[in-house]
Design a protein around this ligand. Structure first.
Ligand code: ATP
Length: 292
């Protein structure tokens, strides 16, 4: 195999709790992750020679060793002394620095694709152990689907697939640094923690209304405070018939859950006219994976 074409899916967090700040600077989290069918396209080719070359459709994204896709390739090339040139072509659709794990999804796809292309024989667990060195969301992106993530994000429990429904995903015109959000998060006796166990119970029952009732993200206390438009977009989604709406990850992307396709499409059209929103999509929940 000289070429592999893949999809790298975005995620939203149906629930996101931060339990504590650890000595090493990381945070212990408890998050319910869900892939949606909004994806980057990524193609890897091998050739004679050595080194990594990368191209992307977004001019502002780095294509040198600092791109997460290149970091993933470098990690495997160094460990397995891969004697080939690797070419990565990345077509981004997932908004960047938006709380949707776009970079992590790309890195996961590169790990998965190179493992196949160079017949490295690594198991999913072995790929995840390498992925977590590059980013806490990468193990989840390798597993995909509906997942409970604990620890720093690397302790994963596969959940029952989330029932089919519609997600309207709206990205405001600004980006948010994940580091800034975690550094400004206050965890004390006043912190209101999401009911993650309640979300898990509702997922087990296949009850989207039970999940929607409990959508909560502790990081909203930082990002939505800094950017009040986030609450405004959530309210707009609910006025349009969303069962509920939430900020994903560290933000600023907001998603609404709909049980009705028409309402989701109408909400999407309305948000595309809204000055607080730069891009908006309708997506479905999906099981992840990398097949093109
Ligand atoms: P998370 O939800 O995991 O916190 P995010 O969706 O908020 O991630 P990303 O889109 O992954 O954020 O981008 C975060 C930063 O990583 C950006 O500042 C970007 O320049 C850098 N980056 C490196 N490689 C990539 C990539 N392949 N795609 C997107 N961003 C990348």
């Amino acid at each position: 195999m000289d070429e592999i074409k893949m999809r790298a899916y975005a995620k939203v967090n149906l629930g996101l709790d931060v339990l504590r700040r650890r000595e090493d600077g990381y945070h212990d989290v408890k998050m319910v992750m869900q892939n949606i069918d909004l994806f980057d396209k990524i193609c890897i080719k091998k050739n004679a020679g050595r080194g990594i070359t990368m191209r992307t459709n977004l001019a502002f994204l780095p294509t040198d060793g600092s791109n997460l896709a290149c970091k993933a390739a470098r990690l495997l090339i160094d460990e397995f002394d891969i004697d080939s040139a690797v070419y990565i072509d990345l077509y981004k659709f997932i908004p960047v620095a938006a709380g949707m794990a776009g970079g992590s999804a790309d890195a996961a796809a590169v790990l998965y694709g190179m493992n196949k292309m160079f017949e490295l024989g690594l198991s999913l667990e072995e790929l995840m152990a390498r992925g977590v060195k590059l980013g806490a969301d990468i193990p989840y992106c390798l597993m995909g689907g509906t997942v409970l993530a604990e620890g720093i994000g690397e302790k994963l429990t596969k959940l029952k697939p989330f029932p089919d429904c519609y997600f309207v995903v709206a990205k405001p015109p600004f980006s948010v640094s994940t580091r800034f959000v975690y550094e400004n998060l206050v965890l004390d006796s006043h912190t209101k923690h999401p009911d993650i166990d309640g979300i898990l119970g509702a997922i087990e029952q296949g009850d989207i209304y039970g999940v929607a009732d409990r959508l909560e993200n502790v990081l909203e206390s930082v990002t939505a405070k800094e950017y009040p438009d986030i609450e405004g977009i959530k309210d707009r989604m609910k006025e349009c018939g969303a069962l509920n709406a939430l900020m994903s990850g560290s933000g600023p992307t907001v998603f609404g859950i709909f049980d009705d396709e028409q309402k989701a499409e109408t909400c999407n059209r309305i948000l595309r006219q809204d000055a607080r929103v730069k891009t908006s999509y309708v997506a479905r929940s999906c099981a992840g994976g990398f097949d093109n």
